[in-house]
Design a protein around this ligand. Structure first.
Ligand SMILES: *Cc1c(COP(=O)(O)O)cnc(C)c1O
Length: 397
């Protein structure tokens, strides 16, 4: 992989025709260290956010030893990339029986999540009644504080939770309760409220709980979405966990996806055409900008030109390269008013749910991946002595 200092070096030397993924290994490692040092429990990386093997190795080097996998392909990938020392937890509550069997028998997976009696029976069958399982019951919680809801598809409701917890306790070596507050949770209350649900479920079921897993949802920074310090989230979670009716030896887990990898990469795109305040660029809804198109996510953008533009900023929207009308990113994306065809733009904070969502639709595929050494456009993890506080950066975006 080539290394450059920044997007400008890449644009100037390669003049790339296809979108280029710019990766920042140092940013991923910094995020990993932050969670390892500051989260008051075990942090497992939710692989679906970005399954790149290079990223997995970087997080491993940063101290992340546990991985939340959701498919048998992710199980194989993490085993193959990181070896037997990594701990894999199969946290998708609806799994193929064959996937459970292979994960347990061939890949040493011992932790599984579930949200129904049927899934519990499946796990018991697929593991031949194994007695060394950690089973986490997924509770349905509110997504009210998050930008992307995860409240409808999975999770057992409060009414049925006690019976499922009791049934799971009968088979599990260790019993866990897990939840997901939705992605990009904008306040720590999301976790405080969910932990109240956990308390109610534990009290109603009167079971001994060994693991409390607060799931993912930890935010990153985007234009218009500037969360408070992650340490406030950790404090709220720690206080909520400490006040639960569980034993002193109970463990606290989390499954951050976005927060560990959002800063890892950005994408360098080229403007192919301008029509008023609309830019036709060479990446889009079927590439790394799925969220920008489908859930109107705003990513930070920067014009990448040898000589900085002095033009005032103007709000643009983007069309992607495919022939599909839906390949449209509303933004708004603020760029100098004189941006034109042939210009390059860096779209930042695309490490999470960016490259991972890419398809080859209409023949538009990914270009090169290049390592850069400069800082991401925004960060939750920069040391305090550097001037780039989150708010300051986010205001500029
Ligand atoms: C997607 C997902 C995560 C990661 O969520 P983020 O919002 O990216 O932190 C964690 N756990 C489960 C079960 C998930 O489905």
């Amino acid at each position: 992989m080539h290394t450059h200092h920044s997007a400008l070096g890449v644009a100037a030397t390669l003049r790339p025709v296809q979108p280029v993924t710019l990766v920042r290994p140092h940013a991923a490692r910094r995020a990993a260290r932050f969670f390892v040092e500051k989260f008051p429990g075990t942090s497992m990386y939710a692989v679906k956010a970005n399954p790149s093997p290079e990223l997995l190795r970087e997080l491993w080097a940063g101290g992340i030893t546990h991985y939340d996998v959701a498919s048998i392909a992710e199980v194989r990938l993490v085993r193959q990339t990181l070896g037997d020392a990594a701990t894999l937890c199969f946290m998708h509550p609806v799994k193929a029986e064959e996937a459970i069997a292979e994960a347990y028998l061939d890949h040493g997976v011992r932790t599984f999540s579930l949200d129904s009696r049927e899934e519990l029976d499946k796990i018991v069958r697929a593991t031949n009644g194994a007695t060394d399982l950690t089973l986490c019951v997924r509770l349905r919680v509110s997504s009210d504080y998050s930008k992307l809801s995860l409240a409808s598809k999975f999770g057992v409701g409060v009414d049925e939770a006690p019976a499922l917890l009791l049934a799971t306790r009968q088979v599990a070596d260790a019993l866990g309760i897990c939840f997901h507050v939705g992605s990009q949770a904008m306040t720590p209350h999301a976790y405080g409220n969910a932990l109240e649900r956990v308390r109610a479920a534990i009290v109603a079921a009167a079971v001994t709980v060994d693991v409390v897993d607060v799931g993912g949802g930890f935010p990153s920074v985007y234009p218009g979405m500037e969360p408070t310090d992650l340490e406030h989230y950790f404090d709220t979670i720690h206080r909520g966990f400490e006040s639960l009716p569980i034993s002193y030896s109970a463990e606290l887990w989390a499954e951050p996806g976005r927060a560990l990898c959002a800063e890892y990469s950005s994408v360098l795109v080229r403007v192919e055409k301008r029509r008023d305040d609309v830019l036709y660029i060479n990446d889009g809804a079927y590439g790394s900008l799925f969220d920008a198109a489908h859930v109107a996510w705003r990513f930070p953008v920067k014009l990448v030109r040898e000589k900085e533009s002095a033009a005032r900023p103007l709000n643009f929207s983007f069309y992607g390269p495919t022939c599909d009308d839906m390949d449209h990113m509303a933004g708004p994306f603020a760029l100098p008013a004189d941006v034109q065809a042939g210009d390059y733009i860096e779209v930042g904070m695309l490490g999470a749910y960016g490259a991972a969502m890419r398809t080859g639709f209409n023949g538009f595929t990914a270009g090169d991946t290049v390592t850069v050494t400069d800082e991401p456009m925004a960060s939750l993890y920069m040391p305090a002595e550097q001037p780039s506080t989150v708010v300051e950066i986010a205001r500029k975006l």
